[in-house]
Design a protein around this ligand. Structure first.
Ligand code: UDP
Ligand code: MG
Length: 305
């Protein structure tokens, strides 16, 4: 069956954007034959977002509002939306109109062609700082090399997923979730649609750089153990260098017993450098361990109000 579509909109304090988003979404579905449901997931908003939606809902029973008990984060909000959507396909879209709702028509067409995951790839990104664009571009390229899943570069969470994929994802309950990685990891028939990423309609980004970095760390630790393996390689290389240097000193001493070895500065520099490398590696291990700790607690991903 390919009749009904649920539009899942995770949002945090998007009061000024939601009415405009709703207007553009409904305009898209006026021209389509599929029936739509609009599932707004409130990720602990503290502004008038929910009130604005309740007003819209009075005239449109297709609107559903899911309220999380607090701010659980974008990825968890997406998960909650997918858990509660009961349509034949789910489209995930940001509330800030950076993902143009009109692109949904292209996603739906590909879905009717038989694809089960249709992700939207950014041809261009507007209105974002160069540091964020640089970080995003580097992240996608590094992740692509590290993870064994083939996550498309420059695709965000804006995508259509078929019922089968939603059901598959419902079985994945890890806490530190990188949804765009997971939707690729589950497999199925996937394809891309290109779009131009607009600037935010109103308000400010809810993803400051530190949050983006945390998401990147979650993505890498949940899909790749390469950092851990690199530590072994680095340790082996440094040990080898130390061994060669040690032999050099000993042999030099035998050949010329009263050679005076100075090098206080070198020794201090090396000790500091090695202490830094060791702490860095320990921190990396810690990144994995803290996530293991979180996962073993098996807490529910979210609570609904
Ligand atoms: N968002 C959310 N919970 C959060 C942070 C963000 O639900 O903790 C929502 C936000 O309202 C928006 C989407 O996730 O609908 C993407 O966030 P944003 O536009 O701020 O990120 P950016 O596009 O700047 O990366
Ligand atoms: Mg945005």
């Amino acid at each position: 069956m390919k009749n009904s579509v649920a539009i899942v909109v995770p949002f945090l304090n998007e009061e000024e954007n939601l009415p405009e988003l709703y207007r553009r979404l409904t305009a898209v579905f006026e021209k389509r034959s599929e029936t739509a449901a609009f599932l707004f997931v409130d990720d602990g908003s503290t502004d008038g977002s929910v009130h604005a939606l309740e007003k819209l809902r009075q005239n449109d029973p297709r609107i559903r509002i899911l309220q999380l008990s607090r701010n659980f984060g974008h990825q968890i909000a997406i998960t909650a939306g997918m858990d509660y959507a009961d349509a034949d396909a789910v489209v995930i879209i940001d509330a800030d109109l950076q993902d143009p709702p009109e692109t949904i028509a292209d996603l739906l067409d590909k879905w009717h062609d038989g694809f089960e995951v249709v992700y939207a790839v950014r041809k261009s990104r507007e209105g974002e700082t160069w540091i964020k664009r640089f970080l995003a571009a580097s992240f996608y390229r590094i992740f692509h090399q590290m993870a064994k899943v083939n996550v498309p570069m420059d695709a965000g969470d804006f995508r259509l997923v078929d019922r089968k994929v939603v059901d598959a994802l419902k079985n994945v309950r890890e806490l530190h979730r990188f949804m765009r990685g997971l939707t690729c990891w589950v497999g199925f028939r996937q394809c891309a649609v290109e779009y131009d990423r607009a600037a935010r309609h109103a308000g400010e980004t809810k993803y400051p750089v530190w949050k983006s970095l945390r998401l990147a760390a979650d993505a890498i630790t949940s899909f790749s153990a390469l950092p851990l393996r690199l530590m072994t390689v680095m340790g082996a290389l440094i040990a080898l260098c130390g061994f060669i240097q040690g032999m050099w000193v000993i042999v030099g001493r035998i050949i010329n017993p009263d050679s005076y070895v100075s090098g206080w500065a070198t020794v201090v520099a090396l000790i500091l450098f090695m202490a830094g490398v060791q702490l860095l590696c320990l921190g990396l291990v810690g990144q994995y361990i803290s996530r293991i700790f979180d996962e073993t607690k098996r807490r529910p991903l979210y609570f609904l109000r």
